[in-house]
Write a protein of this length. Structure first.
Length: 199
């Protein structure tokens, strides 16, 4: 399911910082549209990332190109669907921004689609699963890692954005478009809450 989609608003994540102007998030959901089983922890506390549908799911390269960044080793932290658990997390946001892109993107891969870009960033991957390295050539559909909850993430999901640069303090976001799953040649940008089968 899509969230924080530029089809709904720009900047999609409420800021242009780090080139996130047109970024989009994808959250794996079950047949009932839930990202994880509900319980008392989902209402009052944090939750282990392992209880979420998407945690550990393979993540495929959305574009072909050369890997120019591959970061692994960041922890997958507890998830926060609870409004109570989100309060201390929100208060620590400024510290993460000051720390830089690694604290925001967590484990991530950046693919250069050409010698001078554009650059596709895939963020919040699971620790220990990034299986490409700087210089690797990838094709659309190649596995690059697994869905995680690293970086600035409140539940396991995948963040995708395209930028004109990898100099993150000044990088500018670029609009993105996808091919609709199972419909060849149909350009598409899912809206917030739109569920689809991408298998």
């Amino acid at each position: 399911m899509a969230e924080n989609s530029p089809a709904n608003r720009v900047p999609s994540h409420g800021t242009h910082l780090f080139g996130t102007t047109f970024a989009i998030d994808f959250i794996a959901v079950n047949e009932r549209g839930l990202s994880g089983k509900r319980g008392w922890r989902s209402v009052l506390a944090t939750e282990p990332p392992e209880v979420f549908v998407g945690f550990g799911a393979p993540i495929l390269a959305p574009a072909s190109g050369t890997v120019v960044a591959a970061i692994d080793g960041e922890l997958d932290h507890e998830a926060r669907r609870s409004q109570l658990a989100l309060i201390p997390y929100a208060l620590s946001q400024a510290r993460r921004i000051r720390t830089g892109v690694r604290a925001i993107a967590g484990n991530h891969v950046v693919i250069a689609m050409g010698p001078f870009g554009p650059f596709v960033l895939i963020a919040h991957l699971r620790r220990g699963t990034v299986n490409v390295a700087v210089g690797s050539v990838v094709e659309v559909g190649d596995t690059i890692g697994s869905c995680g909850n690293s970086g600035n993430s409140t539940q396991p999901h995948v963040h995708v954005q395209v930028t004109d640069s990898t100099v993150w303090p000044t990088a500018r976001g670029r609009p993105i478009i996808f091919e609709r799953p199972h419909v060849s040649g149909d350009n598409w940008l899912p809206r917030n809450g739109e569920a689809f089968n991408a298998s």
